[in-house]
Ligand binder design. Structure first.
Ligand SMILES: [Zn+2]
Length: 396
């Protein structure tokens, strides 16, 4: 549990008690509500002994008897919700709503809290209604809209999510365009799945207007173009991914292959694959290039490309594929060069890995610390592997 909350409650209890004393002073100086300071000291004692649950129980009991202050009740309701006691929080907030004389901003505040309870309980319709209502109060507009966006996301009500997020955008000046573009993509995918390409295109355009580099929208745009036989345009759209999001090029490589096959233009695929490998450095694309060379050209050519790649990058994935190739080849195909490449790849991994690890907190360090700098435990760091003397000259 958040310790800040634990501190808040005794303070709230004590301040409520002082407020009550000021409001109802007694001539003999005795308190009109003796339970609260008593609860304060008892709960503080539990807190100091780290018995958080007992501390909370004492305070909750005291606060329920002295419910004049709405703020304290709201804090209590919030605490219940944080502890996962949603039903208790809901009951408390419903009780507050039923109070006579609750008006204006205070009513809005309770409605908002109740909406949070419903949201946590998965009662999305009810949460939505209350958020619309509480959002009409000036100071709750922003938090209500923020939660409303989450409600619509959970309901997959993408049109409504676009509306709420756009209003939030205007209200706070936040840059929510990237998120709103995803809502448009959700709609575009929905239309595409039922064959309504026209509506899907419209959503993709709106997504790209908000976020011109939106990877998801570019992938969808290509899919829409390909579905209408516009394969070159489709490949152009997918190629544009390389500008802002080369990390997603692998996601479309099979789509590009499909379009190249449809056009009976193998070179289109080669060009895309070459550019994609250069732009992303993605090892999965590199392997695909090697495999494609082996199947479409020759194993020798594939092997040459593989050796070049591995010697330049010491890629473990590449070495793995090389050993696979050797295993499938004639006996004694393993060469001295291969052993060197393997040694290089392993050396890269060993030098990248730090030498010591704390058994308590997982702190990683290159040197031995007798006291862990992370968790301050003594004697908790151990070497991660037996140290291997590494010497470049020995290998090269
Ligand atoms: Zn540690």
């Amino acid at each position: 549990m958040d310790p800040a909350w634990l501190l808040l409650l005794p303070v709230a209890a004590l301040s409520g008690w002082f407020a009550a004393r000021r409001r109802y002073p007694q001539s003999d100086g005795q308190s009109s509500s003796p339970t609260t300071p008593d609860a304060y000291f008892r709960s503080l004692n539990f807190l100091l002994n780290e018995q958080h649950d007992k501390a909370l129980d004492v305070l909750v009991e005291a606060l329920e008897e002295h419910d004049e202050s709405l703020e304290i009740q709201l804090a209590l309701g919030s605490l219940f919700r944080r502890r996962g006691e949603i039903e208790r929080a809901t009951q408390l907030h419903q009780g507050l709503i039923a109070r006579p004389g609750l008006t204006g901003d205070k009513k809005g505040q309770v409605l908002f809290e109740l909406a949070n309870d419903y949201f946590k309980a998965g009662l999305l319709d009810r949460a939505e209604n209350l958020l619309v209502e509480s959002g009409s109060f000036q100071q709750l507009r922003e938090p209500a809209l923020r939660l409303l966006v989450q409600v619509y996301e959970s309901e997959k009500e993408w049109e409504s999510a676009i509306g709420a997020a756009t209003r939030l955008n205007v209200l706070t000046g936040e840059k929510l365009d990237i998120v709103i573009a995803h809502y448009h993509c959700e709609l575009a995918e929905r239309y595409l799945s039922v064959g309504d390409n026209r509506s899907s295109e419209k959503q993709v355009s709106q997504a790209l207007a908000l976020d011109p580099g939106c990877a998801r929208a570019l992938i969808l745009q290509g899919r829409l173009e390909a579905s209408q036989g516009m394969h070159r345009e489709a490949v152009d759209s997918w190629t544009r991914l390389g500008e802002d999001h080369p990390e997603f090029l692998f996601e479309v490589v099979h789509l590009v292959k499909g379009s190249a096959n449809a056009l009976d233009d193998e070179s289109l695929f080669w060009r895309f694959l070459d550019q994609a490998v250069a732009a992303s450095g993605d090892e999965r694309l590199h392997l695909m290039l090697i495999d494609h060379l082996a199947s479409e050209k020759s194993v020798g050519e594939a092997e040459e490309a593989l050796l070049l790649w591995v010697s330049e990058t010491a890629s473990l994935v590449g070495v793995h594929r090389l050993l696979q190739l050797r295993k499938e080849g004639p006996p004694q195909a393993l060469k001295l060069t291969d052993v060197r490449l393997l040694q290089q790849a392993i050396q890269k991994i060993l030098t990248d890995r730090p030498g010591y690890e704390c058994r308590f907190c997982g702190f990683l360090g290159k040197t031995l610390h007798w006291q862990c700098p992370g968790c301050k435990h003594w004697n908790s760091t151990r070497p991660r592997f037996a140290s291997v003397p590494l010497d470049d000259k020995e290998i090269l």
